[in-house]
Design a protein around this ligand. Structure first.
Ligand code: FAD
Length: 447
């Protein structure tokens, strides 16, 4: 009899789990099914590059069918919920049907969404930087703001189009801001009026320093680098309100702006609450050190959707939501599922962060690897080499290298393609010619 292993989510954690299970479990012993909303995995660390036009959007994703062995049954569809007692997951297929998938073991790897707060106007007016459509929307918004500003005579109103506020100074927010600002600094050269007015970039965070994920000395270097570019960094400050014309900060400043970007952390994907599993106060599924969900011997959780005890913090706190952790958890969970099916032995999750890279565009970055700290161009080169090595598949790596080198040699593409994917549709058919009216003489009046 073959066991059914279902992996919900094909991102960093889920893809790694599928790879490992294929290696560990003999083909006739298990059917492996991977369910993902799209037929690709998003390589999020390169999302700021896509937003900044350094990378083609299609080059920051990994097509799952290219990566998965034929043994894995990829189901592109949306997980709607699960019933652990019945061992079933319900999935809405692209066709619109709802299928019930039976499992003997379920691995939940459904990732996260932006963590929003009840700030008035946030949902209506701010943009996130968590998905590919958001990255492209951000790039288009930036280019559009230049186009609009260039046509405005009133200098105060023009300035509001050239002011960009980022909220959340973790590495994702900081990388996003740095790459976008770098892009904008190149692009503004094509806009004579905007060039004279100049831009304003503001980074806001409630914490007292940027990037709590990395060592204070490196964070201080990143802060100096950004301030050197004229970026205002407002720590110990929160966003109070957003409208279509301004952002109100907790220090009382009302910043006229048309672009607020929200990068203040993540929370588990909301569908996780529909799986009939225990949740912690942040909506994540708590696991033990073997990544098994409490009280469910055949359900496992990894990545941003799980609260995995962090070995680096004495297993007293949850591991941070990073791709590095999700990937390693994927490897461990595969081994433990295989062990539960009688192949090999289980092992606890032991990974501790080996390094952090923060690419800030313009050949600048900060990095910390194996106790060594890197800054400036060497760190930037390291960051790119690291992502190149981790991007699955030689074809995908070649595309990255090509984009980066073309960008370095010829600058970045400034076309705003906001209409892509939203065609106006075919024009209506022309009305049929009117029937000729007869003149009293009986001759037609039409030519
Ligand atoms: C801008 C940005 C930059 C980042 N940079 C870094 C970095 O440099 N280094 C680093 O280590 N981490 C980085 N991260 C964090 C990293 O992206 C996450 O920690 C990682 O993706 C978590 O992996 P995961 O497998 O849990 O989730 P994901 O990789 O997000 O995978 C979840 C998968 O589940 C699918 N899914 C979701 N809901 C459903 C559903 N209902 N049905 C079916 N499928 C579904 C999604 O389509 C997705 O493919 C960054 C994040 C962002 C946003």
């Amino acid at each position: 009899m073959a066991w059914n292993v279902v992996i919900a989510g094909g991102g960093f954690g889920g893809l790694q789990t599928a790879h490992r299970l294929c290696r560990l479990l003999p083909p006739q012993s298990a059917r492996i099914t991977l369910v993902n909303e799209t037929n690709f995995m998003l390589y999020t660390p390169l999302l700021p590059g896509a937003a900044a036009g350094t990378l083609e959007p299609r080059h920051v994703v990994v097509p799952l069918r290219e990566q998965l062995s034929d043994r894995v049954d990829l189901r592109v569809g949306r997980v709607l919920g699960a019933d652990p007692a019945e061992r079933r997951v319900s999935v809405r297929t692209l066709h619109g049907d709802v299928n019930e998938l039976r499992y003997d073991h379920l691995v939940v790897a459904l990732g996260s969404v932006s963590r929003t707060l009840p700030v008035p106007g946030l949902a209506e007016h701010a943009i996130g930087l968590k998905s590919l459509p958001e990255a492209i929307q951000l790039r288009n918004r930036l280019l559009q703001s230049f186009e609009i500003a260039e046509t405005i005579d009133d200098s105060t109103e023009r300035a509001s189009y050239l002011t960009y506020v980022f909220v959340g100074a973790g590495y994702a927010g900081l990388e996003g801001l740095a790459e976008l600002q770098d892009f904008a600094a190149d692009v503004i050269e094509h806009y004579p009026r905007c060039r004279v007015s100049g831009m304003r970039w503001v980074l806001v965070d409630a914490a007292d320093r940027v990037m709590p994920e990395i060592k204070p000395q490196l964070a201080a270097f990143a802060t100096r680098e950004l301030r050197g570019r004229g970026i205002e960094i407002r720590t110990s400050t929160t966003l109070q309100e957003v409208t279509d014309t301004h952002a109100l900060l907790s220090d009382g400043e009302r910043i006229p702006t048309r672009c607020v970007v929200w990068t203040a952390g993540v929370r588990a994907h909301p569908v996780v609450a529909q799986l009939g599993l225990p949740l912690d106060d942040r909506g994540r599924i708590p696991t033990d050190k073997f990544l098994q969900v409490e009280g469910h011997h055949n359900v496992w959780a990894i990545g941003d959707a799980a609260a995995v005890p962090d070995p680096a913090k004495g297993r007293k706190e949850a591991a941070p939501p990073t791709a590095q952790h999700a990937t390693r958890e994927g490897k461990v969970v595969a081994q433990n599922v295989a062990a539960a099916l009688g192949v090999g032995k289980p092992r606890p999750f032991r990974y501790r962060t080996l390094g952090v890279f923060v690419d800030m565009g313009r050949g600048k970055a900060v990095a910390s690897t194996l106790g060594l700290r890197w800054r400036g161009t060497p760190a930037w080169w390291l960051a790119r080499t690291y992502h190149l090595a981790l991007m699955p598949g030689w074809g995908r790596r070649a595309r990255l290298l090509f984009d980066w080198n073309v960008g370095l040699l010829f600058g970045r593409d400034t076309a705003e393609l906001g209409q892509l994917g939203h065609p106006e549709g075919l024009p209506p058919a022309p009305a049929p010619p009117a029937a000729p009216t007869r003149a009293p003489s009986g001759r037609s009046t039409s030519p």
